[in-house]
Design a protein around this ligand. Structure first.
Ligand SMILES: *Cc1c(COP(=O)(O)O)cnc(C)c1O
Length: 313
């Protein structure tokens, strides 16, 4: 089986086995806040993490678990966590890293509410930050402090469409042992897998392409390392509590099934639209990395070859 088939097959099947659920083609929606234990001893073991099983839906839910396993596989990570919004995902990850007096090194542009959160962390807790273009290793290195707790990269940047070479950032970060978080919302795992490029965490506003139907607000974090993800699950996810509802997780599982088809069409439509707009003399600029004059054209090309590389392994 080639890789492309695997990606498309995973979109539909990963993390779910119908035989476990009365042969139901689709995963059931487990609208249960709490799960029961057969004995007090069993409850004790589950709370202690000595036995697999669900306890309380803020700590895990069977429908949500299917989504998490699917997203972990699509982003080539070891584990994933689903959240009630993209911003709940961003805040759980940032709160995991920051401490008072620490420093976030952030890409020059980020989603407006991420910008707002980073400002809030400064105002309330003294967490400082630097916004950096991240176009050369020198400028990234020059912005690293002793207290830099994470490097936060959004690429493509919403809405400026600037691109950042993830490998360039992770190569510098590795020298200093600093974790790299990438907001991959605008590419989706179909076009870019930041973990393969050396990042440690990937964030999605699943509200966008993961859902694809405009009917749910949700977020996803995928991590390279299972143990680190478990720490986030049991601290900043559990204790801040920005979890996803089982029904919303189910909607995302349904949306994901067509991700490859939708992304191909988005790419094609954007190319057509950019070409069409070019013929209008009153349009001054088209911000589109697929334009050969764009400084990001090279990376745009690499990103758009990704589905091809999936096809040929
Ligand atoms: C929308 C968006 C977010 C925030 O996600 P919500 O689901 O709206 O909370 C974060 N990052 C990017 C790049 C986005 O486009």
């Amino acid at each position: 089986m080639n890789k492309k088939k695997r990606f498309e097959t995973m979109l539909i099947h990963k993390g779910y086995s119908s035989q476990d659920f009365h042969d139901s083609l689709n995963p059931p929606i487990f609208h249960s806040s709490t799960f029961t234990f057969s004995t007090a001893e069993q409850g004790e073991k589950r709370f202690a993490g000595e036995e697999e099983g669900f306890i309380y839906s803020r700590l895990g839910n069977p429908t949500v678990r299917v989504l998490e396993e699917r997203m972990a596989a699509l982003e080539k990570g070891e584990a994933a966590l689903a959240f009630g919004s993209g911003m709940a995902a961003v805040s759980a990850v940032l709160f995991h890293f920051v401490y008072s007096g620490s420093h976030i090194l952030c890409s020059r542009g980020v989603y407006g509410c991420t910008f707002g959160l980073i400002g809030l962390l400064h105002k309330k807790f003294g967490v400082i930050h630097t916004f950096n273009p991240m176009q050369t290793a020198e400028e990234i290195e020059a912005a690293i402090h002793d207290q830099t707790c994470c490097i936060y990269v959004e690429t493509p940047i919403n809405p400026t469409m600037e691109l950042i070479d993830i490998r360039l950032v992770t190569d510098v970060a590795k020298k200093y042992g600093i974790p790299v978080v990438v907001d991959n919302t605008f590419c989706s795992p179909y076009l870019q897998n930041p973990l393969e490029l050396g990042a440690d965490y990937v964030i999605h506003s699943a509200t966008k392409y993961i859902s694809g139907h405009g009917d749910v607000i949700a977020g996803i974090v995928v991590g390279k390392n299972k143990e680190d993800m478990q720490k986030i699950r049991m601290t900043t996810q559990k204790d801040i509590g920005g979890i996803i509802a089982p029904f919303d997780a189910w909607l995302l599982l349904r949306g994901l099934k067509t991700l490859h088809v939708r992304m191909d069409r988005h790419v094609e439509n954007t190319r057509e639209l950019a070409n069409y707009l070019k013929s209008y003399p009153f349009i001054e600029d088209i911000i589109y990395p697929g334009n050969p004059n764009s400084p990001y054209y090279f990376f745009w090309t690499i990103i758009h070859l990704k589905p091809l590389s999936n096809l040929f392994g």
